[in-house]
Write a protein that binds this ligand. Structure first.
Ligand code: OFO
Length: 170
């Protein structure tokens, strides 16, 4: 049986992961609108990964004989301007998600729920990667400035990202 306070933060985290999927999908639509189809692919693949993140939490709560509580997902802000601004938003968002995951880790420690503390390590590592990915694109975009050829090549590279289902078994 899962600790109730831990269950609450895990349920809140499910909502944040599905919101992340919504946010990345909105970004993908924006990139399609401006003709950056590689960036659109990258953010669409990321949206699918975010759904996986939510589903892993969902399955974990069930496995621990807990109660899944799905709550309303907010509409994402669609005020996108250009690739750099979008990736800065991604970086800020992922830092927020990292903080939220850290809160799940400390709550599970406080409540002596060591299974969840162990489970959440996968998310802690995943967040290091998510922040690093966003930062990597930001650095490139800043370096390119208004240089269209480099942006064109980066768009091609972003188009190669492929979805791989994420799974986790404690
Ligand atoms: Fe689920 O990591 Fe991004 O938001």
């Amino acid at each position: 049986m899962i600790n109730e306070k831990v269950q609450d933060v895990l349920n809140a985290q499910i909502n944040k992961e599905f919101y992340s999927a919504y946010l990345y999908l909105a970004m993908s639509a924006f990139f399609d609108e401006i003709g950056l189809y590689g960036f659109s692919n990258w953010t669409k693949v990321q949206a699918r990964e975010e759904v996986d993140h939510g589903m892993i939490l969902f399955d974990y709560i069930i496995e621990r004989d807990g109660i899944v509580n799905l709550t309303q997902i907010d509409a994402p802000d669609r005020a996108f301007e250009n690739p750099l601004q979008v990736f800065e938003k991604i970086y800020e968002h992922e830092k927020y998600v990292t903080e939220s995951i850290n809160c799940v880790a400390s709550m599970s420690e406080d409540e002596c729920d060591l299974a969840t503390r162990h489970f959440i390590n996968w998310y802690i590592s995943e967040q290091v990667e998510e922040e690093a990915n966003a930062l990597d694109v930001i650095k490139k975009l800043k370096m390119f400035g208004d240089e269209c050829t480099s942006l064109y090549h980066l768009d091609k590279e972003m188009g190669e990202r492929q979805y791989k289902a994420h799974s986790y078994k404690i």
